[in-house]
Design a protein around this ligand. Structure first.
Ligand code: NAD
Length: 483
């Protein structure tokens, strides 16, 4: 085994937070072999759905028992605020409970074969060994959206968290063991995308790879998986439009709500959210008032260490991410964007430790679809502003992206709300809201935002094979051949 290790850093001060094993190909192969043995033994897939569901519910209870500890781990590892960490634990708890409820009582479907001499049923079976690869922005949540349905369906798995933020996934796997999961069903490997994730994706003994992360890595996963024709599910990035019509701002209350939610859409978790509303697409007539107020409020967002009271936004996750954001703002300025607020690292060292990866919430006005900052996912606290005059223009702008993960429309006109929602080519559309999701409703993207869906019934279906069993109750020769 590799015997190597990696320092995990606290993004608020760039100091070491933990030392974690750095796996190599051999460790990955050992984890896949353990998952394979456990699957083939039948210990977990042979467990009845009621017992599988009971285990998922025990995990949910344990998550709640460790809520504060997990929120703290997530906050220190990713930089997000403690409160965001708590919300993540609660959301994850709901996901485990949802998949427990969903799987119970399902026993396939009897099909009418058109003959009393045939008994025909369609049943669902687990896919087998699942490789689960997750990113650094919502480590606990992304792992749980995969682990809960994978286990509910009776699979075994190997999970690989991001090498930058592995800590909450390690804790979660301990909880699975504490809840009573049979040996070998849950396996975790910590280490780099290449070789660990790459090996998991190509491995002949892996039946399914479910990946959440960036477009570049996602395409590599798909290519690596192709020769073995394993099932592939990809949850990739987004460049998400937040479309605001003037009628949504006609009253003071409406204006306040739309500005507040635009702020939330763009800057929560410092914009490091796949569904971040990073493109404000606003009707020209209200642009000035709206953007001025938005920039005023963005400037007041309190940056700091996520564990400190009163902090509203933590640091970016890594030096690499910070450098990327600085480069996007530089290129946007060069291409003619006007910085309405932010645009640099915070000056005052009492706002943040000098070594932390902080960046100010940034609003870039006068943007257009040719700019890199508008086309590419920045994954940071950058909001670009584009304007429109007509409903058709608004829809065209919102759909002018290679991604298609999520988007919102703000309007007081119910007909317009439904028309625009129908025309948006995005996997989730919010009307007069931004960011909520439900474990009961599918999550995933159109276009280059990915393939497949997590959550909802489709989120369970990803982890199942469907089998048709046709039984002839009165077999006779067919005499197709005269013989
Ligand atoms: P990333 O693609 O760099 O890494 C994601 C994971 O893939 C990590 O565990 C990484 O080690 C691994 N990886 C890297 N190269 C690999 C390879 N060649 N083969 C297999 N695995 C490999 O992404 P990131 O920077 O960690 O996360 C940010 C990205 O994740 C953003 O693009 C964001 O939009 C996306 N994301 C999407 C969703 C969604 O639901 N659609 C949710 C969260 C994050």
């Amino acid at each position: 085994m590799s015997g190597a290790s990696r320092e995990v850093l606290d993004p608020a001060d760039a100091k070491p937070l933990a030392l974690v094993a750095e796996a190599g190909t051999e460790d990955t192969d050992a984890a896949v072999a353990a998952a394979r043995r456990a699957f083939d033994s039948g210990a977990w897939r042979g467990t009845g759905v009621a017992d599988r569901a009971a285990l998922l519910r025990r995990v949910a209870d344990l998550l709640q028992r460790d809520r504060e500890e997990l929120a703290l781990i997530e906050s220190r590892d990713t930089g997000k605020t403690l409160e965001e960490g708590r919300v993540d634990v609660d959301d994850v708890t709901s996901a485990f409970r949802y998949f427990a409820d969903l799987v119970v009582g399902e026993s396939g479907r009897v099909v009418d074969a058109g003959s009393p001499d045939v008994h025909s049923v369609v049943v669902h079976e687990p896919v087998g060994v699942c490789a689960l690869i997750t990113p650094w922005n919502y480590p606990l949540l992304q792992a749980s959206w995969k682990i809960a349905p994978a286990l509910a369906a009776g699979n075994t798995f190997v999970v690989k968290p991001s090498e930058i933020t592995p800590l909450s996934t390690l804790h979660l796997v301990k909880l699975l063991v504490e809840a009573g999961l049979p040996e070998g069903v849950a396996n975790v490997v910590t280490g780099a995308g290449d070789p660990v994730g790459a090996r998991m994706s190509e491995h002949p003994d892996v039946d399914l790879v479910s990946f959440t992360g960036g477009l570049t890595s996602g395409t590599k996963v798909m290519q690596a998986a192709a020769p073995t024709v394993k099932k592939v599910a990809l949850e990739l990035g987004g460049k998400n439009p937040n479309v605001v019509f003037a009628d949504a701002c006609a009253t003071e209350e409406g204006f306040d709500t739309a500005v507040d939610q635009a702020l939330n859409a763009a800057f929560i978790h410092s914009g490091q959210v796949c569904s971040a509303g990073s493109r404000l697409i606003i009707e020209e007539s209200v642009r000035d008032r709206f953007v001025t107020e938005l920039a005023r409020r963005a400037q007041k967002i309190k940056l700091g260490r996520g564990t400190e009271d009163g902090v509203e936004c933590g640091p970016l996750v890594s030096a690499q991410q910070l450098a990327k954001i600085e480069e996007y703002v530089r290129s946007a300025r060069d291409e003619g964007a006007v910085v309405r607020c932010g645009g640099s690292r915070p000056e005052s060292s009492d706002v943040r430790p000098a070594t932390g990866y902080f960046y100010e919430p940034t609003v870039l006005d006068y943007c257009h679809g040719e700019m890199r900052v508008v086309r590419e996912e920045t994954f940071g606290p950058i909001l670009t502003v584009e304007t429109f005059h007509t409903e058709d223009d608004a829809v065209a702008l919102a759909n002018d992206t290679e991604y298609g993960l999520a988007g919102a429309v703000w309007t007081s006109d119910a007909g317009r709300a439904r028309r625009v929602a129908t025309r948006l080519r995005h996997g989730t559309v919010w009307i007069n809201d931004y960011h909520p999701y439900l474990p009961q409703a599918e999550w995933g993207g159109f276009g280059k935002s990915g393939t497949g869906r997590e959550l909802g019934p489709s989120g369970l279906a990803e982890y199942r094979e469907t089998k048709h069993i046709y039984q002839n109750l009165d077999p006779r020769p067919v005499r197709w051949f005269a013989g």
